[in-house]
Design a protein around this ligand. Sequence first.
Ligand SMILES: C[S@@+](CC[C@H](N)C(=O)[O-])C[C@H]1O[C@@H](n2cnc3c(N)ncnc32)[C@H](O)[C@@H]1O
Ligand SMILES: [Zn+2]
Length: 283
Amino acid sequence: MRKEAVRYLRCPHCSGAMAMTDGTLRCPLGHSFDVAKQGYVNLLPAAARFSADTAAMVAARADFLAAGHYAPIAEALATLARATAPAPTGGDPGCVVDIGGGTGYHHARVMAEFPGHEGILLDISKFAARRAARAHPRISAVVADAWDGLPIADGAASVVLNVFAPRNPAELRRILRPEGVLLVVTPRPDHLRELVEALGLLRVDEQKDERLADRFSAYFTEVARERSRNTMALDHKAVPRLVGMGPNAWHQHGERLEERIASLPEPCEVTVSITLTAYRPLV
Ligand SMILES: C[S@@+](CC[C@H](N)C(=O)[O-])C[C@H]1O[C@@H](n2cnc3c(N)ncnc32)[C@H](O)[C@@H]1O
Ligand SMILES: [Zn+2]
């Protein structure tokens, strides 16, 4: 947890401003939160209501991403963030927030474009937060629930990222400054098509883009939309990581999955198909 990032945080109980002394964050009402020895801080007001990603899921994600299979997504995000972020005015530049940021892979790439900004990554999994705390020198990692009130001040963020993760549009709007930008990556129906068919993975909802647009229209206006489709060549080690790092981890079972993977060609060509959308807050 960087001391420069503390001004953007708010107490999850009372929304008070926070101060950090001796590795503890405190609000004026005395609610206090210790920074873990791994560098992240847990600002969940109560035990998580949702199943957080497990240590195994987070390790699978870290290994999969380290191989560079999703590097084109991180590049596209970084390029669009640089093109759409508010121009510096000389005052507080605002922070770059990643909601459900996982291991910090995409966030770290985007932070490279914003050398004067603090990054704050929120994730409900402490295993993800531990990794994210090490992902980039200017990323501060916080355990928080994206469905709940976010422990971030009104208008604190100049850029908000949301990549394959849950989102609550009212809260995203609240934390974004009026001239800020929200970048959202969602899978398209043909994302990972070959594995969905061969391994019986969960399917992406055909109406996902439309439903997202509906939920966002009260808070945001869309300013850019990019669709990208490419293929990645996966070996038999990468496939179980990809399956194990997402929601399929809760539904797939060991031996049967191993058998099915063994019968895939190697390398296996798999489609990556996503929508990247940029939104400005409605004022
Ligand atoms: C599919 S992963 C994407 C991670 C990261 N954005 C990336 O693309 O590498 C979804 C992430 O959302 C987190 N998550 C799930 N439910 C959440 C919630 N209610 N609040 C915050 N994070 C959540 C998970 O722990 C996981 O790290
Ligand atoms: Zn408080």
